[in-house]
Design a protein around this ligand. Structure first.
Ligand SMILES: O=C(O)c1ccccc1N[C@@H]1O[C@H](COP(=O)(O)O)[C@@H](O)[C@H]1O
Length: 218
């Protein structure tokens, strides 16, 4: 199995960003969602974006954001990908992509095969779907360390690129990769010591576990 792309999300400090780069992660995620313990303010995002430029791709995470909020974030902090983690429809996702001219990823909450099937509607509207666990009503829509039944997306062959998220950490990511063959793996709370506090050792261990699993499959 090829080594999947790795995304470390919820980065809010230079140390965490440097750890993701040192671990050879492909994507660093910055959360623009006020309710999140990982939320970054525009000035903070600007510094992180500049530090990341040319070293790791920058993903901005938004939850049902309007154009004005996304434009404000982009004015402060150039981003390479916009991750939509709310209830955005295929039409809204396509609108965001056209308006900002950036790659768009749509996170989908998964608890059943019917939830996975919803991904098909995003073909042509976004570059990638991210399968994440469904979270309880009223809770954050992600970043909760919850996983779902990986067999629902095992070796998914859909009409667009995809990634696996939700409750992944250094201890379970090898099994998740072996069981799903996901081409991109995303984590946030699984590489933290407390909500919003990234642990550089866990970031390194996460990437190592992924590479060891991929290498062992050859
Ligand atoms: O990280 C957050 O605070 C967050 C807030 C709102 C929506 C999504 C959020 N995080 C994303 O959720 C998935 C799974 O996270 P975890 O690994 O289970 O903690 C991931 O894409 C995060 O980037």
């Amino acid at each position: 199995m090829p080594t999947p792309a790795i995304k470390i999300c919820g980065i809010s400090t230079p140390d965490a960003l440097d750890a993701a780069i040192a671990a050879r992660a492909d994507y660093a995620g910055f959360v623009f969602f006020a309710r999140s313990p990982r939320n970054v303010m525009p000035a903070q995002a600007a510094a992180l974006s500049a530090r990341a430029e040319g070293r790791i791709a920058r993903v901005g995470l938004f939850v049902d954001a309007g154009d004005a909020q996304i434009a404000e974030a982009l004015a402060a902090a150039p981003l390479d990908v916009l991750q939509l983690h709310g209830a955005e429809t295929p039409e809204r996702a396509a609108q965001v992509r056209a308006r900002f001219g950036l790659a768009v990823w749509k996170a989908l909450p998964i608890a059943s095969a019917a939830d996975v099937a919803r991904a098909n509607a995003y073909a042509g509207a976004v570059e990638r779907v991210l399968f994440d666990a469904k979270t309880p009503k009223g809770a954050l829509p992600g970043g909760m360390g919850l996983s779902f039944d990986w067999s629902l997306v095992a070796h998914w062959k859909g009409p667009l690129a995809w990634g696996l998220a939700g409750g992944l950490n250094p201890d379970n990511v090898g099994e998740a990769l072996a069981r799903t063959g996901a081409p991109l793996i995303d984590t946030s709370s699984g590489v933290e010591s407390a909500p919003g506090i990234k642990d550089t050792g866990r970031i390194a261990a996460f990437a190592r576990a992924i590479r060891e699993t991929a290498a062992a499959s050859h």
